[in-house]
Design a protein around this ligand. Structure first.
Ligand code: T1G
Length: 696
């Protein structure tokens, strides 16, 4: 065995030079990996005792892509292009031996090898789009040449991983290896390639599939149209489609030039910076500094849910989905029956979309039981209360759970804003009480705010974070304050949206500005969708607010065909002259003089107070890091990931500008715009949010 550098070795096995790369955790294409592969190839080509080469990796996976931590740093080592050239131009056949995930640059390295073999559990993908990039090492030109333009478009714009057996089917792989003998099978394949004098096959020369698509621009027009909504606002998918068009219509070297040009543009752009930031932020959020190293992670093999309403049913599904039995307790049989039926119906709807088998439905439903007796929760490892937002009711329930549940049970509340410490005070075990704030629909939304009480134990926190990962959530640990992190910041935007329409900006203008910013929907359209009558009472309504007036007119949202907007039979939202007149009347009553409100002011008035509130959340210690706040807003409220999150966006705009605007608005609109101390401090010291928690 020959050591090439600190991550690469070359070993002659029966005349085949096996290059082994070992660069944990995912063998990313760092400078040392690139140097290692290049050096090993030089040695293998020069060695007369070596007829062929196998490229494989140690550890959990084949190369999982370029090393994202190197982006933005001065280039070092041999370039990826150089590495690919020596592989593709090698006079000796090269076989890529794939396990784990061959992703991004990793798959692009495999695509310049002459043959590819993988174990059945391997997955292959070009997920650069998830970090605002495109496959920048030939992937946009080689993939269409193997799998055809349509499949390539799908794979690169979704970033999806392809299973080994599907990759074999599509021609991405030549063979599957035994799960426990990838290296042996790869060496044997390399040996056969030599002995059978098989060609040094280069994908760059395989043009049949792209030529067949030439003269069919409808392939791209249809794809663009089918994905317009999904790609709205994102730059990378659009560039990927253009690169595939080039692969169809241009010689590969011209296509590679276009790919390079677009890759560099995306790499330098704000969107990729935001999405690379988010990639690490979403991983950082799992780390809870200061947790006792020996904090036991408790087993959670049974879950009780109190309340079979929309939230309770959705919450229960998360655990059923991963095989954890759930017992739901309600106060009335018809409510319980309705909840259990809702769960089955949700599964059946998923099955109708082909995403669940009938058998899986029965397996999950077999894990679900229900009753009207809290006593049935006595042996549960975790109990989640999901009843309506009333402190007295919650304290009564927790007091009863304290008497019923076994020692060591975790007692969780799904409260979305109430004081968890007060709820915990109703028990003799506040260390066992935690908040698990699911977002509706709880079986769909990724975000879970894990609310740590003043006395919640490290073990309960560690267990909750791990359980969140197990049920496929993105968890963020937050502190106890009104609205925690997400809803507390949402309150800022809602307040300003409601204020702006009293100053002359119509609801449809506010919605348009926030929709164009990248939110899936503006606040008024969202209210119409959710229903304006949440918490509204006909008996108590007194026309004292715009919302009350609209509900009194039965304009309660989409469900009544009218809310802030009018809706046609296809539920298309149309600005309502009736609402415009009501707003103007309300504004006059409040003594407001309608004025022209610019789009820029609408955006700044809605977004900057969110950033400011995030600063307050940080200074109060209600979130561990600024990037956690961004993870909350990307996953819970549709903040466009290509803008990173409110705190990333604040740094991008520049905190001095945010501060100046907050001061300006404070002077003209009032103390709700008072800048957070932390915002003032950061600006005074020339720092930004990203300087607060480097790498923690
Ligand atoms: N670069 C650097 N570090 C990476 C990394 C990468 N590409 N991928 C993962 N890590 C780190 C991650 O931060 C974490 O670190 C640890 O590895 C485990 O990751 C030219 C330019 C491979 C499926 O986008 O999808 O190639 O927190 O927690 O759940 O065209 O990581 O332990 O310190 O996610 O088992 C394209 C991104 C890059 C793949 C493993 N490749 N990674 O998932 O572990 S751009 C990607 C993943 C590119 C070329 C372009 C996943 C995974 P730490 P993890 P996991």
């Amino acid at each position: 065995m020959k050591t090439i550098n600190n991550v690469a070795t070359l070993t002659n096995v029966n005349g085949v030079g096996v290059i082994a790369i070992n660069f944990p955790p995912v063998n990313a294409l760092s400078a040392s990996v690139r140097d290692g592969i290049h050096g090993a190839m030089q040695a293998a080509i020069a060695d007369p005792a070596i007829d062929a080469v196998v490229l494989r990796c140690e550890g959990s996976t084949f190369i999982a892509g370029a090393d994202i931590t190197e982006f933005g740093k001065p280039p070092a080592g041999v370039s990826l292009g150089e590495v690919q050239r020596i592989l593709e131009e090698s006079p000796k056949p090269v076989v890529a031996a794939i396990h784990g995930t061959a992703l991004g640059g990793g798959l692009e390295v495999a695509l310049v090898c002459h043959y590819r073999i993988a174990v059945p559990t391997a997955r292959l993908g070009l997920p650069e789009v998830n970090i605002g990039l495109l496959p920048g090492a030939g992937g946009t030109q080689r993939l269409p040449r193997i799998v055809g333009p349509e499949a390539a478009l799908e794979m690169m714009t979704s970033g999806a991983h392809v299973r080994a057996k599907d990759a074999l089917q599509s021609g991405l792989l030549d063979e599957l290896a035994p799960e426990d003998d990838l290296s042996g099978a790869a060496v044997a394949l390399a040996r056969r390639v030599v002995d059978e004098k098989r060609p040094l096959r280069k994908i760059r020369d395989q043009n049949e599939k792209v030529e067949a698509a030439r003269g069919h621009p409808e392939i791209f027009a249809k794809f663009r149209q089918a994905n317009a909504k999904k790609f709205r606002g994102f730059e990378a998918p659009k560039k990927i489609i253009e690169c595939v068009e080039a692969a169809v219509n241009l010689p590969i070297d011209e296509g590679l030039q276009l790919e390079r040009k677009y890759f560099m543009e995306l790499m330098k752009g704000d969107q990729s910076a935001a999405q690379r930031y988010y990639f690490f932020a979403s991983r950082q959020a799992w780390n809870v500094p200061g947790l006792a190293k020996d904090a036991a992670v408790l087993p959670v093999q049974s879950v009780g849910v109190i309340g079979a309403g929309t939230m309770g049913a959705g919450i229960a599904m998360n655990f059923l989905n991963v095989g954890i039995p759930v017992h739901i307790v309600e106060t009335r049989q018809e409510a319980l029956d309705r909840g259990l039926k809702t769960i089955r119906t949700n599964y059946e709807n998923t099955a109708k979309k082909g995403r669940l088998t009938a058998q899986a439905i029965e397996e999950r439903m077999a894990l679900l039981t229900g009753s009207l007796d809290l006593q049935n929760l006595s042996d549960m490892d975790l109990v989640i209360e999901a009843v309506f937002e009333n402190m007295d009711v919650k304290k009564d329930i927790f007091g009863r759970l304290d008497r019923i549940c076994k020692a060591g049970a975790i007692l969780a509340s799904n409260t979305s804003a109430l004081d968890l410490n007060e709820i915990a005070s109703a028990t003799s075990r506040p260390e066992a009480v935690i908040g698990l704030h699911f977002f509706s629909p709880a079986n769909v939304m990724k975000l879970l705010e894990v609310v740590r009480g003043a006395k919640t134990s490290d073990s309960v926190i560690a267990t909750s974070m791990q359980l969140a990962k197990k049920i496929g959530k993105v968890a963020v640990l937050v502190g106890v304050c009104p609205g925690f992190v997400g809803n507390r910041i949402l309150g800022q935007r809602q307040r300003e949206a409601n204020a702006l329409i009293m100053e002359g900006a119509m609801p449809w203008a506010v919605d348009r500005v926030l929709y164009d910013f990248g939110f899936p929907m503006g606040p008024f359209a969202m209210s119409d969708l959710a229903g304006l009558d949440l918490g509204w009472s006909k008996e108590k309504s007194s026309s004292s607010t715009l919302r009350e007036v609209l509900c009194e007119m039965d304009r309660r949202g989409q469900k009544t065909g009218a809310g802030f907007y009018d809706y046609d039979e296809k539920r298309t939202a149309v600005p309502s002259p009736v609402v415009e007149e009501i707003i103007q009347r309300f504004a006059q009553k409040q003594g407001k003089q309608a004025r022209k409100v610019s789009d820029e002011e609408i955006l700044e008035r809605c977004i900057y107070p969110m950033i400011n509130e995030g600063a307050k959340i940080l200074e109060e210690g209600m979130a561990i890091r600024a990037s956690d706040i961004d993870v909350v807003w990307v996953n819970g409220y549709g903040w466009p990931v290509y803008r990173g999150g409110p705190m990333f966006y604040g740094d991008l705009v520049g905190l001095p500008k945010v501060l100046a605007k907050m001061k300006e608005f404070e002077a003209s609109h009032g103390p709700q715009f008072k800048p957070a101390k932390l915002l003032e401090e950061l600006v005074a010291s020339g720092r930004q949010f990203s300087d607060l928690n480097p790498g923690k």
